[in-house]
Design a binder for this molecule. Structure first.
Ligand SMILES: Nc1nc2c(ncn2[C@@H]2O[C@H](COP(=O)(O)OP(=O)(O)OP(=O)(O)O)[C@@H](O)[C@H]2O)c(=O)[nH]1
Ligand SMILES: [Mg+2]
Length: 208
């Protein structure tokens, strides 16, 4: 393992979390800048994009998994084949945070590596009055105890969605300047507003 950033032209991300927390909504907001109000349960969907940026071929694959149906074998395969993980819960659903804890255990078991890049995402922060999970509690567990990245987001209101992908790319060692979606939207992405509290970056861990 080394702590120097290694340029990598391929990155495989997987989104995991309970049913209905907004995995598909976050991915669709990132890829198409759209939001679907209706819950259409995902079975499994792989989004694959190839780009050429500055003469370098970049492949990004995003695996959207099912939280509504249980496919342990498929989930294990997705975990084995991924570079970085988005573990999503909904801030109005404490059970979905429990699911994140179980999924994290599964990732660590399959990857046999405590430095696996994981971003934990509390989605649906637009549901202010329905919130039942406090950010402070999760922040301390995720960043202090687990050494992962924590963000809160709203796919509906497009809050922190770009930031989620920025963190995933960065921790999967894909230089963010090679992400075309991020380049395209750099001007519109609110860099300072709606950000999570500043974080001690020394707890990040890059794998080569
Ligand atoms: N208010 C609010 N609703 C959201 C947000 N993100 C997703 N939703 C809604 O929550 C429901 C489920 O969203 P999905 O993205 O389909 O959830 P999922 O995690 O992919 O669910 P499965 O595919 O069944 O595992 C849909 O009705 C979405 O419109 C959000 O940020 N805010
Ligand atoms: Mg889905």
């Amino acid at each position: 393992m080394s702590f120097e950033v290694k340029e990598k032209a391929e990155v495989r991300l997987v989104f995991l979390g309970a049913g209905g927390v907004g995995k598909t909504a976050l991915i669709q907001r990132f890829l198409r800048d759209t939001f679907e109000p209706k819950h259409r349960r995902t079975v499994e969907e792989l989004h694959r994009k190839e780009y050429e940026v500055g003469g370098i071929k970049v492949t990004i694959s995003i695996m959207d998994t099912s939280g509504s149906y249980s496919f342990p074998a498929m989930r294990k395969l997705s975990i084995q084949n991924s570079d970085a993980f988005a573990l999503v819960y909904a801030v109005d659903d404490p059970d979905s945070l429990e699911a994140v804890k179980r999924l994290r255990e599964e990732i660590l078991e399959v990857k046999e590596d405590k430095c696996t890049p994981i971003v934990v995402i509390g989605n649906k922060i637009d549901r202010h009055t329905e919130r039942r999970v406090s950010s402070e509690d999760v922040l301390s567990t995720v960043e202090m105890d687990w050494n992962h990245i924590f963000l809160e987001s709203s796919a509906k209101d497009n809050v922190n969605v770009m930031e989620v992908f920025r963190e995933l790319f960065q921790h999967a060692n894909l230089p963010i300047q090679l992400s075309p979606a991020l380049c395209r939207r750099r001007e519109t992405f609110p860099k300072e507003s709606n950000r999570r509290p500043p974080m001690n970056k020394t707890n990040s861990c890059l794998i080569s």
